[in-house]
Design a protein around this ligand. Sequence first.
Ligand code: DGJ
Length: 736
Amino acid sequence: MKRFYAYKKVALMLSAACIFSLGGAANAQVITIPVETAHHVVVLQVDGEKNLKTVYFGKKLADTKEYGEVAALQKIGTDYSGQLNSAYTTAGSRNLAEPAIAVTHADGNMGLHLEYVSHKVTKESADVSLTTVILKDPVYNLEVALHYKTYFNQDVVEQWSTIKNFEKGSIILQKFASANLYLQAKSFWLRQYHGDWAKEMQPEEQQLTHGIKVLDSKLGTRANLFQPSCFMVSLDKPATEDEGTVMYGSLEWSGNFRVDLEVDPQDNLRIIAGINNYASPYVLKAGDELNTPPFLYTISDKGKGDASRKLQRWAREYKLADGKGTRLTLLNNWEATGFDFNESKLKGLLKDTKALGVDMFLLDDGWFANKFPRDDDHAGLGDWQENRKKLPNGLGSLVKESTNTGVKFGIWIEPEMVNPKSGLYSKHPDWVVKQAGRPEYYFRNQLVLDLANPKVQDFVFGVVDSLFIKSPDLAYIKWDCNAVIYNAYSAYLKKSQSQFYVDYVRGLYQVLKRIRDKYPTVPMMLCSGGGGRVDYGALQAFTEFWPSDNTDPLERIFMQWEYSYFYPAMATANHVTDWGKQPLKFRVDVAMMGRLGFDIVISKLSANDLTFAKDAVKAYDRLKPIIFQGDQYRLSDPVTESVAAVMYVDTTKTSGVIFNYLVNNRYGQGNRLPIKLKGLDAAKRYSLKEVNLYPGTSSSIDGSKAYSGDFLMTAGFDPGINTGKTSAVIQVTEVK
Ligand code: DGJ
């Protein structure tokens, strides 16, 4: 498991190597600071007045020395303030645009101006470098460090800031962004996402016009319910899968975020991203510093597909918990039983898990609480003791039983939450986020616990810890988070309420860090009433996420398509359920595109369905190394075509798998044109073989033939998708 939240420490790790500094005004000189990755560069430049500006954002130049010349080409027109392309724009100075930072100084003054002091570049590994630029206000004793962490081979940059208060008294940060980018192009095209329960990751794409477009969340916990922080911006024209210049951005933060996209008066794009300053003026005491979370981005001039492959590789290599490992297949009981189960039913499900051939049984909601039993979603949250009626012999006995059955055992928890009908609520009302004197207002009949409070952090950690202490063989945690924060108030923070939203997330990260320190390898699913909380802040502790409660496979094709731009398949938990009208084969084929699971009643499957499902699990076990660690190519877009096709190819280009689905069955639709493969070696020869065939059916694809990679990528192949054959999984294998 990678080091958790290492970014907090990097500011201290800078070596003395590569230090440049600018003395007094008399020495003022132009300094160029290129922040490079394999194909991309952000060029920062210090002008004669010590302003740090972004003078270039785009394709890398062959000769580093020429970066000094790019500023002269910039025609940003009449920029009265000279601040539009500031690398970290201040408020209350001569700046006229949206600021990255706004401060009320100890003396009440609200003006800030930052000047370049020095910068350093440190190499953390062959791939990873950190550039840190120090800025200071010449009048007030406030310092900002801008950090640019580059992942060279993946073309990914993480950018964040550290704000240090050297003034004599407390200052208030009214805005404290992580990153401030500046892009030049003829036009900018934003692809953003909106959603709600069971309709996550709905894309919208439009040209950005002058003014500010804000993507944000004020929901606190289930922060992405209406909108995630991930987005794309195409330059000059909307990028397609394989063409155009596109930048992907996302904030590594599991709470309120804010991304300002401002097309300025000179038609350039200013992007300012960070924690949302909504209801959060942040008090920084004398001598203290604030580390903001990383804003990550990648850029490609080869379209959306290339950008997504870079991000997926980066995530597996550096961010996602156990990104180079594997994942467990499972049988979950939520859709199949809801809250209605008992020990003998669960024992039956353990047997079904074994019969199906998956790795693990996952016990969902409903297993806990006695005085206020968790028999529906109105009671019990907070009381994490086994329900004696449903589980008279405790969880330990079930975990043992599952080990004896030859399957692993995982469990659902929602430890950040409390039902008013619970022992915890009566015992610790001061641990609950609510406002005295106002009626309580519920989301799914529950309230949020105050994770800003260290005692609550101990409690939440204890929920997980005691599960493992009691049942060391417990193999997996599904961590849910169903409520947003209403009536934000922390009894613990007393008069410092403006810290609440930030301290909540920090409290959560504290708990996750403790869990990971003690249990570094246990797989954990990040769930939030579906995909209400998916971000790379949390995914450092989680091995996978639950994209949505909507498991209708037709809907999932579209959702998984959009999620895949930002997250690797191995992190995407897909379950086969009874949602939707499609046959079992279609549902399984769709779920196989990520981490496969089942949430159906196995004992009710027909003999053919059961045989199919068991064989599919075996086929998946063979294919999953390619799906988890291979490169993903989107071949046929479900939005514009009647057939969706997605392909995964291993890094040696010897094996691949193609998933094909009919998404429009009107008027006898099917794949009219051949599907052109991608990512193969043109010179190699490959066979195509359909797998996951339903019992009694045959394939139209001749598995004995071999084709060149060139043929498959130029002429394509026919997956034979039509209303009679709505999905096909095809294995691609190099023939020597
Ligand atoms: C919401 C999750 O998204 C579901 O998968 C399930 O775990 C329920 N919560 C349980 O209450």
